[in-house]
Design a protein around this ligand. Structure first.
Ligand code: ADP
Length: 370
């Protein structure tokens, strides 16, 4: 059992930097939770408070309903895997795995058993006699994970464990970490700045910015229903298209008109949006919700005629760039060889998939229109 609860937790460093600002978070037993956010948002500090390497300035941290603010790291039964592996260079992989257990004076036979079991899970049996300098990045990372496994901790923490690996290996290790989690079924807290990694790994994701939790949700939930402009822009590749404009009422029909007045959208009746009549507002739409030459007569779509600035080929799909206001926006389409740079096309914006945000607070006005 390992439930974790942050209750109004803050970390204020000696130089008065507020690294973590009053966070509340409940992590369930055996959950795989990912903390994600840009560099400096407070992820590592949160992890370091959890493991006990950093004092908590305000609030309370509970593990299994017991307040652990004052509990030393060695008594928390948490294992952490770091980005830089932190292996002992002069020891073989076997000794790296065994070292922590030897210090704990665990019997030799038991150490051997645990090391061999971890090696089998991670498929590193043939690396056990090698030293770190003769291992690849991925192999070192496996040994580092092995060292966490042999401790049989009740909580695993991963601090950007894949950042030093190349793109292909990162994808492979992501799959391995998922498999490992299914096998170990322990509570995992995983920190990354990479939203794709977060989306593919987490049962739930905690998005942080400037020391604060911006939103907690499943990957799908964050993607489809971002709480604010920060989450809308951070989650998803390419990022959500953001368009500034205002809401007007024209003969009792609610409309969104962008600042350049080129995009006019008839909106369905919506009470939340009615509060914004004649006010500035921010509209967000995902690139896949802007298609072309389709549904021009359908009231669910708003049409914008635009020249293609350029096309990015991704093989199975293309990103079509066009301009609105002073911004480059993206429509994501199925691969289509008939489209070329400078073609003028009708882009159809799916009205049902539009998100609206308060210009001042950045908060979502209504999750999506429907
Ligand atoms: P992340 O892991 O998301 O990159 P960190 O938790 O490392 O962010 O840092 C959060 C903020 O706290 C940053 O502004 C960082 O500069 C600051 N910070 C981190 N460690 C210290 C420290 N020991 N003293 C002062 N400020 C710190």
């Amino acid at each position: 059992m390992a439930e974790i609860k942050f209750e109004n937790v803050s970390k204020i460093y000696a130089d008065k930097t507020v690294a973590v600002d009053n966070i509340n978070l409940n992590i369930k037993d055996k959950e795989f939770i990912v903390l994600v956010g840009p560099s400096g948002c407070g992820k590592s500090t949160t992890l370091r408070m959890l493991v006990g390497l950093e004092d908590i300035s305000k609030g309370k941290l509970y593990i299994d309903n017991k307040c652990v603010n004052k509990l030393p790291p060695k008594d928390r039964n948490i294992a952490i895997v770091f980005q830089n592996y932190a292996l002992y260079p002069h020891m073989t992989a076997f000794d790296n795995l065994a070292f922590g257990l030897k210090i704990k004076k665990i019997k030799k036979k038991e150490i051997y058993k645990r090391v061999m079991k971890a090696a089998e899970i991670l498929e590193i049996e043939d690396l056990l006699q090698k030293k770190p300098k003769s291992m690849s990045g991925g192999q070192k990372q496996r040994v580092a994970i092995g060292r966490a496994i042999v401790r049989e901790p009740k909580i695993f923490l991963f601090d950007e464990p894949l950042s030093n690996l190349d793109a292909k290996l990162r994808v492979q290790m992501r799959i391995e970490i998922t498999k490992l989690y299914q096998r170990l079924k322990t509570t995992v807290v995983y920190v990354t700045h990479d939203q794709v990694e977060a989306m593919t790994l987490g049962d739930r994701i905690v998005v942080m910015d400037k020391g604060k939790i911006q939103q907690i949700g499943t990957p799908q939930n964050l993607y489809s229903h971002p709480n604010n402009l920060f989450v809308a822009g951070f989650i998803g590749t390419p990022p959500m298209n953001i368009i500034n404009g205002e809401i007007i009422s024209d003969n009792n029909i609610l409309k969104f008109i962008d600042d350049s007045k080129d995009l006019k959208v008839n909106l369905p009746d919506n009470n939340a949006l009615k509060n914004y009549i004649n006010k500035k507002i921010v509209m967000g739409i995902r690139s896949e919700d802007i298609q072309y030459n389709e549904n021009t007569d359908n009231e669910n779509f708003a049409i914008l005629k635009r020249k293609i600035l350029f096309i990015e080929q991704l093989g199975h799909e293309i990103y079509v760039y066009f301009q609105l206001q002073n911004k480059q926006l993206i429509s994501r389409l199925k691969s289509d060889n008939s489209l070329k740079k400078n073609d003028e096309i009708n882009l159809s914006f799916n009205i049902q998939k539009m998100h609206f945000f308060d210009e001042k607070t950045g908060l979502t006005i209504n999750k999506t229109i429907n």
